[in-house]
Design a protein around this ligand. Sequence first.
Ligand code: AR6
Ligand code: MG
Length: 311
Amino acid sequence: MNEQVLKSKFLGALVGTGVGDSLGAPFEGCREVKLEEIEAIAERQEVLTYTDDTHMMIGVAESLIRNRGFDGEDMAHTFIKNYELEPFRGYGPGPPRIFRLIRAGAAWDEVAQGLYHSGSYGNGSAMRIAPIGVFYHDNPAMLREVAYKSSQITHAHQLGKEGAALQAYAIALVTNLEPGLAFDRGDFLAKLLSYVTDGVYQEKLNRIEALLSQPDGGRVIIELGNGIEAFNSVPTAIYCFLSQPHSFAQAILYAIRLGGDTDTIGAMTGAISGAYLGFESIPSRWKNKLENRLYIKELAKKLSHPTPTMG
Ligand code: AR6
Ligand code: MG
C-alpha cells in the first residue's frame, strides 16, 4: 500500500477515536439520542473535549513510540502519569484503583487480576486500542499478544482481553484494505469470527449479518448491547462501522444514536472507520475542533514510522 494512504489510516484511527469519543461524550447514559442534537451540540462547542477513552489511547501511543513496540511496565506508568495530570477525564472506577496499587509497588501484569474478583471485563482496554491496531496491522499473532498484555494492565478478565483483541483486529483488517476498492463484508466478518476465541463474541459476531439486512436500532441494542462491558460494546462498534462503511460521519452518528456508552462506542467506531477510510474522511467541522488534535496527529505520524520490534 502507498505510504501516504497508510499514514492517513494511522491518522484516521487515532483522530477517529478522539472525534467519536468527544462527540459521544455529552450523551453518555442517554437512552435515545436525536441526530440533530448530536450535530447541534457539536456545532455549539468551540472545542470537542475528549474523555478517558482518548486520554488512554494517547498513553498507548506514547508508550509504543517511546519503546518502538510494547513494554508493559512503561505503558502502565505512562497511564499513571497521564491520569495523575488529568484525573478529571471520566475514568471508570477500576483503572484509578489499579494505578494506586502499581504506585504502591504492585506488579503491572498481576494487579488487575484482583479487580472484580476475576479482573475487569469493562470496555476500557478496547476503547484505547487504536494505536496497537494500526501499529501491528500486518502481524495478527503479535497483535493478539500485545492486545492481551496491554489489556492485562487494567482489564485482566478473559472477556476484557478478548474484546481488546477483537477491536484491535478489526482496526488492523481495515488498515490493510484500500479504501477505494469494494468492501467485502462477509469476508471481514468471517476473519473476525475465526480470530476470536470466546463463544460470547462469536455468538454476537454471528448476529451482525442478520441485523445489517434488517436495520433496527432497538434490536441492535438488545442483541449486541450498548453498555460498558467489552462484550456489550465491541461487537456493537463493529456493527456501527459496517452499517455505514463508506461514511465516517454516518457510522459515528449511528453509534451515538444508540445511546448507552456513547463516548466509548463512538470512539471504537471512529477508530475502525478512520482506519479504513483515512483522515480525509473525518469531517473538518469535527476534526478541526478536536482538543489536542495537533498532538494526536503527531503521535499518529510517529507511530506510522518505526517498525515493530517487540511483542
Ligand atoms: N464483574 C462485574 N462487573 C464488572 C466486571 C466483572 N468482572 N468487570 C467490569 N465490570 P472498569 P473501564 C463493570 O471499572 O472499563 C468510562 O466511562 C463494573 O461495574 O474496569 O475502564 C469509560 O469511558 C465496572 O465499574 O472501567 C468507559 O465507557 C464497570 O464494568 C467505561 O467507563 C467498568 O469497568 C468503562 O471503563
Ligand atoms: Mg469515556
